[in-house]
Write a protein that binds this ligand. Structure first.
Ligand code: PEP
Length: 252
């Protein structure tokens, strides 16, 4: 991990969490973080939109930030069921995940729509976490680097900088499966992403590139030690503080 880039350990709660149990878990996480007055990493939880405001109240004054899991490309309007970056910001979010593979698959999100959402996140004052990653068929077809190039080049808006954008490399086949790429495979893709970013951004060497996909306490240290890995995007293991904290502890 580069010394220049401050790691980000981010939890994605997906469509999980009712107020009471979520508050208990988040308070436990905040309590763990309190023992580190000047942590060496940023800590983030992205709860479902219904809980953003309440969770942001709980983390106020702590080193844990709150983010959204998706945003609409527009600021407001006739888009039933959607939520804008401005609304997330108003509720206390600082970040927003865009282009998660579950949304790319479940909602047919294209690189163009992910780009528009990342742009919207920036407009609304949020840091966009732009997700990229190959499917199993693409990996087995030796297309991983081509897919990653396509996603990085076409999902990032022109105004992306190291301050308003984070990339998350999440191989689709590693999400929620317990399978992970080898550290060498992760290193190859992260180096490739950094090379791609170099052609797009002036401050590409400062952009944080997270790894995501079945990160847990037992493999986090090995994955976080890979060159060009600047933190993690964590799904299942972020739901309980007792599982998430050991992952944070690798970078704090
Ligand atoms: C994710 O969905 O972003 C993710 C990485 O999930 P998991 O950690 O459960 O594989």
């Amino acid at each position: 991990m580069s010394n220049q880039r401050r790691p980000l350990i981010a939890g994605n709660w997906k469509m999980n969490g009712l107020a009471a149990a979520a508050a208990t878990e988040l308070k436990a996480l905040v309590n763990e973080a309190k023992g580190h007055s000047a942590p060496n990493c940023d800590i983030l939880i992205c709860p479902p939109a219904t809980l953003v405001r309440e969770m942001a109240t709980i983390t106020e004054g702590s080193s844990v930030d709150i983010g959204g899991q998706d945003c609409h490309a527009n600021e407001s309007g006739a888009h039933t069921g959607d939520i804008s970056a401005e609304m997330l910001k108003d509720a206390g979010a600082c970040y927003c995940i865009v282009g998660h593979s579950e949304r790319r698959a479940d909602h047919d999100e294209s690189n163009a729509s992910v780009k528009a959402k990342a742009e919207a996140a920036h407009r609304g004052g949020l840091i966009a976490i732009v997700c990229v990653g190959e499917t199993l068929a693409e990996r087995e077809g030796d297309k991983t680097l081509d897919i990653i190039s396509d996603q990085v080049r076409n999902s990032l808006p022109g105004g992306a900088t190291a301050s308003n954008t984070v990339i998350a490399y999440e191989p689709v086949w590693a999400i929620g499966t317990g399978k992970t790429p080898t550290p060498n495979d992760v290193a190859v893709v992260h180096a490739h992403i950094r090379k791609e970013l170099g052609a797009l951004m002036n401050d590409s060497d400062q952009v944080r590139v997270l790894y995501g996909g079945s990160v847990k306490g037992s493999n986090a240290e090995e994955l976080m030690a890979v060159e060009n890995v600047d933190g993690a995007l964590v799904g299942g293991a972020s739901l309980k503080a007792v599982d998430f904290w050991p992952i944070v502890a690798t970078s704090i």
